[in-house]
Design a protein around this ligand. Structure first.
Ligand SMILES: [Zn+2]
Length: 204
């Protein structure tokens, strides 16, 4: 079956967010499961928007009904998502690098996806740790969306193993690509990637 014949092509844009939210379990989520769901959501979004190669365009998020992207110079944080009456407004700090803004957009979009379920999803975690856990999952979704596992592993296998070259190809920061390569076990590190004690400290 060709890509144009794929059934997923029939899903209208207006249902994309609902379809991604439907992948969230109807109960508290474990740490490993949260990563698995984030990766599935990212892959589903790319498939629904017919994106099959890097660099992932920002329209996979910015074009969705109900999402408004607003760039503000000197905004106090890299990104922020605010719910309005009829839409979500994602504010990005416009004087940060475009690569970082792309990551922040994907990070904030995860907050939008998780919002209706956020208390349920993290009910199994001590309240003091919930914010940090949610932030890490947002970073993981962003990494999965902008640097899909299969694409990066394929590129690595074809010999593109320079962090700088890969960061340019995926249009992300070198820091973000370095973290992703480590997660995927492609940087010489054999450390498991899903240990909750090893946080993703970076946002870009
Ligand atoms: Zn966040």
């Amino acid at each position: 079956m060709s890509r144009l014949d794929a059934p997923l092509a029939l899903v209208p844009d207006s249902d994309v967010i609902a379809e991604l939210r439907a992948l969230l379990p109807d109960r508290p989520i474990t740490w490993a499961e949260a990563h698995s769901v984030a990766e599935r959501q990212a892959a589903r979004l790319l498939k629904l928007l017919h994106v099959g190669e890097p660099a992932v365009p920002q329209f996979v998020i910015s074009s969705l009904p109900g999402i408004v992207v607003d760039r503000r110079r000197d905004w106090p944080t890299s990104g922020m998502s605010v719910r309005a009456a009829s839409h979500w407004r994602i504010v990005l700090k416009s004087n940060e690098s475009r690569q970082r803004q792309r990551f922040s957009l994907a990070h904030e979009f995860t907050h939008v996806l998780d919002d209706p379920a956020i208390e349920r999803l993290h009910a199994n975690v001590a309240p003091a740790r919930r914010h940090d856990r949610a932030e890490r999952i947002c970073n993981y979704f962003a990494a999965c969306l902008l640097m899909p596992r299969a694409w990066v592993k394929h590129d690595w296998g074809t010999g593109i193993q320079s962090t700088r070259a890969l960061a340019w190809r995926y249009y992300v920061s070198e820091q973000a690509m370095t973290t992703r390569l480590s997660e995927l076990g492609l940087s010489g590190s054999r450390t498991p990637i899903l240990m909750p004690s090893r946080g993703r400290g970076d946002r870009s």
